[in-house]
Design a protein around this ligand. Structure first.
Ligand code: SF4
Ligand code: SF4
Length: 247
């Protein structure tokens, strides 16, 4: 009997302890909100769905390279002379057409690493957290503003420009090679002419030198001397003869 009364009092005390907690919270303001009618206020640095402002995107690919799970896919096409892509809101000149900018948000781990390297601050986290889908494909967000036809046209324009540029390059290289060959040929002919001229000059000089030199032929010299001697002898004999006759 004593044990029964003890347990009765213990039960009664426990009820009062529980009721005290209930009574205390009866006058505390409610923390439950009527979601989805009422939305909770998010913290300042909340990470949710990504958004890309394509007007400011320059297609630099830095966000895609920073992503640790490769959930950003970007394709760009170079602009051709005459294309006007305008400038970003922070004054950067745009030079690339962005023909693909997909973010697979199903893969995204909300690390925000893609946001920091962006030079134009055009990719950022939004406060949108309600984007559940029945199909997984619907979680791949396409931010490109060009239509598929426009993207194709941009690609085609660039290919044509490349072909034209290559042709111009080849023509310029050919012209350069032709000019170099012509110059080489001209140099060769000039050199040949100079050689011929030099040869002629040498010949003329050697001819002139041989004409100016005295006649020192070995055959002629003794003849001259012998002739002179014989003349002298003859002269002497002629001189002597009358004297002998006189005697
Ligand atoms: S938040 Fe992280 S995972 Fe998501 S796209 Fe950016 S870098 Fe990739
Ligand atoms: S880093 Fe910024 S500007 Fe560069 S491709 Fe990504 S979103 Fe565009």
């Amino acid at each position: 009997m004593r044990n029964y009364i003890l347990k009765f009092w213990q039960g009664l005390i426990t009820i009062f302890i529980g009721m005290r907690v209930t009574l205390r919270h009866l006058y505390v303001p409610a923390v439950t909100i009527q979601y989805p009618t009422v939305k909770p206020e998010l913290p300042e640095r909340e990470r949710n769905r990504l958004y890309v402002n394509m007007d400011d995107c320059i297609g630099c690919d830095q966000c895609a390279r920073a992503c640790p799970v490769n959930c950003i896919e970007i394709e760009t096409v170079k602009s051709v002379p005459g294309d006007d892509l305008g400038k970003t809101s922070n004054g950067k000149k745009k030079a690339l057409w962005v023909t693909k900018f997909d973010i697979d948000i199903a893969k995204c781990c909300y690390c925000q690493l893609c946001v920091f390297p962006c030079p134009t601050d055009c990719i950022y986290m939004t406060d949108v957290y309600e984007f559940s889908e029945f199909k997984r494909d619907n979680l791949v967000y396409d931010f490109v503003t060009l239509t598929p036809e426009e993207s194709e046209q941009k690609k085609k324009n660039f290919e044509e420009f490349q072909i034209k540029k290559e042709a111009e390059k080849a023509a310029a290289a050919k012209k350069k090679a032709e000019e170099a060959a012509a110059m080489k040929a001209q140099e060769a002919s000039t050199k040949k002419e100079e050689e011929v001229q030099a040869k002629k000059t040498d010949e003329t000089e050697s001819k002139k030198t041989s004409e100016d030199k005295p006649n020192v032929k070995s055959e002629d010299k003794p003849i001259e001397k012998s002739e002179k001697k014989s003349d002298d002898k003859n002269e002497g004999k002629a001189d002597d003869k009358p004297e002998m006759d006189k005697e």
